[in-house]
Write a protein that binds this ligand. Sequence first.
Ligand SMILES: *Cc1c(COP(=O)(O)O)cnc(C)c1O
Length: 704
Amino acid sequence: MKDAKKRPLLDHFRVAAALLVLVIHTSPLAAWTAAGDFWLARIFARLAVPFFFMTSGYFLAQNNWRSIGHALKKSGVLYAVSILLYLPLNLHAGQLGSLPDILRRLFADGTFYHLWYFPAILLGMVLAWRLSRLGAVPAFAIAGILYLAGLGGDSYYGLAAEVPALKTFYAFVFQIASYTRNGLFFAPVFFLIGAAGRQWSRRVSWAGFLLSLTAMSAEGFWLRRLDVSRHDSMYLFLPLCMAFLFSLLLSGNQGEDRTARRFSVLLFILHPWCIAVARTLAARTLGEAVADNGLFQFCAALGMTVFAWKLLAYWEPPRSNARAWREIDAAALARNAAVLQAALPKGCALMAVLKANAYGHGAIPAARCLRKAGVRAFAVACLSEGIALRRAGIRGAILILGWTPPEDARQLRRWHLTQTVADAAHGRALSAQKQRLHVHLALDTGMNRLGVSAGDREAIAELYRLPGLRIDGVFSHLAVSDSLDPESEAYTAQQLQRFYQTVDWMRSAGLDPGSIHIQASYGLWNLPEQPCQYARTGIALYGVQSGGEEVRRKLDLRPVLSLRARVVHLQTLEAGETAGYGRAFRAERKTRLAVVSIGYADGLPRDLPQRGGEVLLHGRRCPMVGRMCMDQLFVDVTGAEAAPGDAATLLGCDGGEAITAEALAAQCGTITNELLSRLGPRLGLRFNPRRSNPPASNASNPLS
Ligand SMILES: *Cc1c(COP(=O)(O)O)cnc(C)c1O
């Protein structure tokens, strides 16, 4: 059987769901068919909001609900913005009642008619998260009971209210919230179904969906005939219907479409404003009949949202990744962190080294991704790098590995950064700032770079006596741990011995070393397990080695970064014609030449074409030629497939071919650390494009 083509179905359905919400609020068929309108707006369109709850639950469960804080914050912010946006309409409608009324609107009903969604998602998310901790059976049992209770106050109200006790119960509920379609009764079950992420075969999903939709339609019309509904958000068959629909969408889902996601948020938030404006304008010009027509309102609101969308596009910063960009495979990064952590002994944690913009990978998104993967300790080179992470909301320990001016001690404290004491004088100067700083002591065991000499016990003891310094850790750095020749190994052994001897002496002298650490990536690859609390890994985390050296431990790490640039121009040169500065390229035969929009200012060595540099185009290797420019370079694409707009791969895979960082670094006569960390800030950063599932960081709001 041929595989159906996969698309970002979940994101596309968000737009459909937002349109269905618009249907609910406009009833576009009402002027023509009452039954048809009832089915569309009161039954079918009820799939919309549960879908948003489910996507939210689905993405939160992907990383075991770890991003729930972020998700709550994002929904909270959207709610706050929406409240402000609708305040004029509230005021216009005289909807600013008593304090209890305001509180009820704020925390249960939403301050405008569609905004009930936000209190519902906030509460529903927290409840579903707590419930999911109980295990699937109790969680679904409780959420199911809540849903049934909600049904009794919604489309089955007339039946439920015949029981006096229930009537009293609902009277109480309705004092707190106007409807039972809210975060307590309505939302949890959908969050949990989404979180379960159950997938049946396409055939079963389709059959299940159509059958349960039919059943739900029958239920809706039956209830309508009985005339017992107080509201029509909840049906008995709705959860079943949603489970099959979601399975259907999931099975064909791949990748993400942020544009669709953002448009759905805009449509959802803006549509009541659009309806109100369209209606008022139409009433003045086209008459009441048109103004009240649901189809008119639907089209007008959609048109206005599209217009607003286009307008907003002017404020959007231009996409920085159109000409040349880095693609970051977040799944690979998270996986590498897990592999490295698993390679460490118990009690030893990964300290992710994010200096130099995470070796060119983007420190902030990398830190976010790693935090979600469970990493709690980070290292950077300097103060500004540490502050940038904190500003982006990265929590956990952040150790500054390099020297920081003592005058900046206040900043260290303000941003809760841990500073390395570079030597005794640095320690004294930091202490003199009287700031109560958290520090790690660098011990020099043979690198002869930073650190108090491991043998200088007096200096170490003095640092412990300094006021205002809290020594949380002691570390050292290995000079030749990447080398397996006997002399290097002996040197590493000597460094290790000095380190542990000093630490032992400190312990015996009552100087608590705190967390100790000595391994970086090659220490992890080449040394046996160390009795340390941290391993500071940089290059290994990014899935590459510095060069092609042999290592003792094979770890299954995957490259995280790909580098691509656009073909922006093509031309054919006749034999003898030249191109570029210095006329460095001279066509020896008729040559098709592509200009690729990346250059040495983006971090490539200028002589790469002369060193045999290549790009991949449609899975084929094509040689760079001529002199590299600051922002562009030439590629000989004679006989190859190439068109303007094509993405050329400078690093990474394309088709069956790959250019590895190790190979490119060797070609450039350097190590991957240098090559990657020099990738310039002008390069766009595309986080996660290769993942089949959108990143969990976007779980925050199902509408986002
Ligand atoms: C850069 C650095 C590291 C990380 O090194 P990798 O080889 O990339 O893992 C660890 N410790 C110190 C002190 C560093 O400067």
